[in-house]
Design a binder for this molecule. Structure first.
Ligand code: ADP
Length: 488
């Protein structure tokens, strides 16, 4: 199948979160399975310097954007015969310090930046020499594409080619790309598209809604999250329109890249280890304790979190639960970046528990790998979690996840009460500090039972989140989308 995949982040070129890992993982897996894949993403600052093998292509965009026209170039890198990553080069829009924001404030022209990006994707879908059969777009930054393609189809696609089917993946419904109604003019779509059953959301332009309404297929990143977003509690005000499109919606749990995240080969680690030879984990734990300035003792259970510091991630209940639990014999490591209030909270926590809570702010890929390898327990108390990747990396690295049972966390972790033989983590249900503290207490008890802990570790490290399983499901969705698109 020929697939054009559009995402505003692609690992290792750009990344703020799971979207980057997922789009790269999916593209690689499709490529390995023999499909023709082109990924499109913006050319952000620094990418050309870090990847000098990226080449300029003989391709110019010159597209309308509201009252004006914008020109852009295209750069590409061939990762394998059938896998290309292309970058839209528009210096004014993308050559900036951040991807979406600077100094904690969104760029005021994010509407123009990503509507333009979506137009470039739709343009490629129409004019690439090898026309794609599927255009698979990710999150609000590319969600306008299905509306643009649908409109062009209605106007006659031309070239005698079959127009592509479209698929939207929602990685996080909380981010919808909402802008003032006046931004709708930038889409250059006819006025009749700006109605409540299409792109309008109470007078605002809602980019994600455009994808939900017009995509031939919609996916989200875990089965449980697919059910959750149909409810008022998790639907972020789009549950109504999602319920209308529920027949097109499917939840597919993200895969986890087994080349980047493999404790048997990971270049960042002190010592390699595997499910059958787990002993090396201890050396990583001692190295992590040293690196973080904690007492180097294997006997003390080490808990960790790597996260965006945001309300979604449950940082408020985590701070409160740790306040209570850090009096016990345990250590805690945090790597995170995000909201100031949470940074203050963790700074205060580490000041109150010196030598027990070690905190690093900022984004650090290498340290993230060393933390997964070194910690005994990984805490992820999200308020909601569409898929979540860190709990999967934790399982693979033999760190027992302690998670709130929501979204992809519920789908990927098995609690003792669900299946004693397959248990690989600890779940709690109510969103509040008490149940989390209780789950941490269970972890402390588990640490005292080496036989049981070893069994949990074995189960964890054997859990299969390979992309091969995941792409089979995406290929089914692509077929369904193609059938839906070919119906008049
Ligand atoms: P989300 O996409 O909501 O942030 P996920 O768990 O799906 O959450 O993905 C987060 C990804 O970002 C993981 O690969 C995780 O290791 C990484 N990550 C998050 N914060 C940091 C950080 N401060 N330093 C390094 N990696 C981080």
């Amino acid at each position: 199948m020929r697939v054009l995949l559009a995402s505003s982040e692609v690992h290792p070129f750009s990344k703020t979160g799971g979207l980057a890992d997922m789009s790269a993982g999916l593209a690689k897996a499709l490529g390995r399975a023999g499909h023709q894949v082109r990924v499109v993403t913006p050319l952000y600052r620094g990418i050309l310097q870090r990847f000098p093998e990226i080449r300029r292509e003989d391709w110019r965009f010159d597209l309308p954007l509201g009252a004006g026209r914008i020109q852009a170039g295209l750069y590409s890198i061939q990762l394998r015969d059938n896998l290309v990553v292309s970058f839209v080069e528009q210096a004014f829009f993308y050559d900036r310090n951040g991807y979406y924001m600077d100094h904690n404030a969104d760029y005021p022209d994010n509407d123009a930046r990503f509507i333009f990006f979506s137009k470039c994707v739709a343009h490629l879908a129409r004019y690439l020499p090898a026309a794609p059969e599927i255009v698979h777009v990710h999150d609000w930054q590319a969600a306008l594409v299905p509306a643009l393609i649908s409109h062009e189809k209605r106007a006659g696609w031309g070239r005698g080619e079959r127009p592509p089917a479209t698929c939207l993946t929602i990685h996080n419904l909380a981010y919808q790309g909402m802008f003032p109604g006046t931004s709708f003019g930038l889409t250059d779509l006819p006025r009749e598209y700006f109605t409540p059953d299409r792109l309008e959301f109470f007078g605002l332009l809602n980019c994600l809604k455009a994808g939900i309404v017009f995509a031939d297929a919609i996916t989200t990143v875990s089965p449980r999250y697919a059910r959750e977003i149909l409810t008022e509690e998790y639907g972020c005000s789009l549950d109504g329109i999602l319920r209308k499109r529920a027949a097109r919606l499917r939840g597919i749990l993200n895969g986890a890249d087994d080349e980047d995240w493999n404790p048997g080969t990971d270049a960042y680690l002190e010592r390699h280890f595997t499910a059958s030879r787990p002993a090396g984990k201890t050396a990583n734990k001692l190295a992590l304790q040293r690196e973080m300035g904690l007492a180097q003792e294997n006997g003390i259970p080490l808990f960790a979190t790597i996260s965006r510091l945001a309300g979604q991630k449950g940082m408020d209940i985590q701070l409160a639960a740790l306040e209570e639990m850090l009096n016990a014999n345990m250590q805690f490591v945090l790597l995170g970046a995000g909201e100031n209030a949470f940074e203050h909270g963790y700074r205060a926590l580490s000041a109150r528990f010196p030598g027990k809570a070690a905190i690093r702010f900022g984004y650090n890929e290498a340290l993230a790998h060393r933390i997964e390898a070194g910690c005994d327990f990984y805490i992820m108390p999200s308020r909601f979690e569409p898929s979540g990747l860190n709990q999967m990396y934790s399982l693979r690295y033999g760190a027992i996840p302690i998670v709130r049972a929501t979204g992809g966390l519920d789908d990927s972790v098995v609690d003792l009460t669900e299946d004693g033989r397959r248990a690989n983590g600890i779940k709690f249900y109510d969103y509040s500090p008490r149940p989390l503290a209780k789950a941490i207490r269970k972890a402390l008890a588990l640490y005292e039972c080496p036989g049981l802990l070893a069994q949990y570790r074995r189960n964890a490290m054997k859990a299969d989140f390979s992309w091969n399983r995941t792409i089979r499901e995406y290929l089914e969705v692509y077929e369904t989308a193609k059938n839906a698109a070919s119906r008049p």
